[in-house]
Design a protein around this ligand. Structure first.
Ligand code: HAM
Length: 416
């Protein structure tokens, strides 16, 4: 074959695409009752939007971005995630002048040049939500509850919510120094990436997936022990609210997330059945990012769900229900075929999904096709039916047959 799609991207066909559509519909339904409106930002941004926010020393910025110069020589990047773009748009359009909180959701493709494997793609899709302007722990609790409700309503089970707080500008520097001290004594056991990074961005070392680094950092000092009073209170209150909202979670003091913009609350939703790439959703607070982009100091929090991982889990956990074809018109003779053609058009206008065959095949072969398409009914029109002004039907589930006068046909369809 001449052309293949690039590595790490996917074509999504029926029946999978029905799961995608259902998930997107549910997201819109659930998010809207929490006051989230959709925002659509461009897929390309100036590279700096991502380097400044995600962080120079992260995997994403160091090795995963699709970056190119446009014809005017500007550095452009295909978005590797949604938060930076939404913050850029929030600041650019002065949305901080509107009443707080401002809440947005988005869905669409993201691009990261990662090594493809199950659950990890180069073009993948996220459904994300971002809430600007409130730092109350109830906002964190509400957002996490919304994520839980969404995942439950699409039909997922067996998920773990992992929670952590990684402090703020005030308390993180102290923890950072302690961690650098700890790592400095163990440098020879770290991988090359971590050796390079540990002084500039030591928290990243805790996130390294390599066994050697994991072992070395097993007894590393933990960030929740170094939180300032405000961060400690915030984290404590969040946990109380989550308990009272019946959101079960476990605190994972090692979870630091792979993006630099986070402050305080961070969380991940994992599923054991996903294997190595087990996070189906993740997020956290980023109270300093709006300011970083030139806006006023504005606390914010959000999450993103990985669509591929979510739909994979769903397809493992339940049957896919494709939309059902209501009826297939089997015709005999040219006149009947013409009649069916315009009738099909009329019925579709009224919202009924019906099909017919244009190949003038035998009645038997038309029935076979109806069966293959999973049609609930076959409607038969031949010379006799035209003369009598009726349409014959056969219900495929039990073979029941009958005929309906043409003028009552719509009523009949509505009633079945
Ligand atoms: P993230 O953890 O980089 O966070 O990605 C969120 C989710 O996107 C992951 O948990 C995973 O399900 C999915 N994902 C990430 N990379 C891939 C990939 N290569 N292939 C398939 N799925 C993937 C963020 O992107 C943040 N913007 C989340 C956020 C929003 N934080 C605050 N607001």
């Amino acid at each position: 074959m001449k052309y293949r799609a690039p590595k790490g991207v996917q074509d999504i066909f029926p029946p999978e695409v029905y799961v995608w559509q259902e998930v997107e519909k549910k997201a819109k339904e659930v998010f809207s009752v929490y006051g989230y409106s959709e925002v659509r930002t461009p897929i390309i941004e100036f590279t700096e939007v991502f380097t400044r926010s995600i962080g120079e020393d992260t995997d994403i910025v160091e090795k995963e971005m699709y970056t190119f110069s446009d014809r005017a020589g500007r550095s452009i990047t295909l978005r590797p995630e949604g938060t930076a773009s939404v913050v850029r748009a929030y600041v650019q359009h002065h949305l901080y002048n509107l009443p707080s909180p401002q809440k947005f959701f988005y869905l669409g493709p993201m691009f990261r040049y990662e090594r493809p494997q199950k659950g990890r793609y180069r073009q993948f899709h996220q459904i994300g939500a971002e809430c600007f302007g409130e730092d109350d722990p109830r906002v964190d609790a509400e957002l996490i509850e919304m994520l839980k409700r969404f995942l439950e309503e699409v039909g997922l089970s067996g998920l773990n919510f992992e929670l952590n707080s990684i402090g703020c500008r005030k308390c993180r520097p102290e923890y950072r120094d302690v961690l650098i001290g700890f790592l400095a004594e163990r440098v020879e056991h770290l991988c090359n990436d971590c050796i390079r990074r540990y002084r500039r961005n030591p928290l990243r070392v805790l996130d390294c997936k390599l066994e050697g680094c994991r072992k070395t950092t097993e007894s590393a000092p933990q960030i929740p022990d170094y939180l300032c009073t405000e961060c400690k209170e915030h984290f404590g209150a969040l946990q109380q609210y989550l308990q009272r909202l019946n959101v079960s979670y476990t605190v994972n003091p090692r979870m630091v997330r792979g993006l630099d913009y986070y402050t305080r609350t961070t969380f991940e939703v994992t599923s054991e059945s996903l294997g190595a790439q087990n996070a189906v959703a993740a997020g956290g607070r980023y109270d300093g990012l709006v300011e970083e982009f030139g806006g006023p100091s504005t606390p914010a929090i959000g999450f993103a769900v990985g669509m591929e991982r979510l739909t994979t889990l769903l397809m493992e956990q339940r049957e896919i229900q494709p939309p059902g074809l209501l009826g297939f018109f089997a015709t005999m003779g040219e006149e009947a075929e013409e009649k069916a053609f315009f009738l099909v058009s009329e019925l579709r206008k009224k919202g009924f999904w019906v099909e017919m065959d244009y190949r003038g095949k035998s009645l038997k072969s038309q029935f076979r096709k109806a069966d293959r398409l999973g049609s609930r009914y076959v409607f038969i029109i031949g010379e006799d039916e035209i003369q009598k002004g009726v349409i014959k039907y056969k219900r495929m589930s039990d073979g029941a047959q009958g005929e309906v006068p043409e003028e009552e046909f719509i009523n009949f369809l509505t009633s079945v």
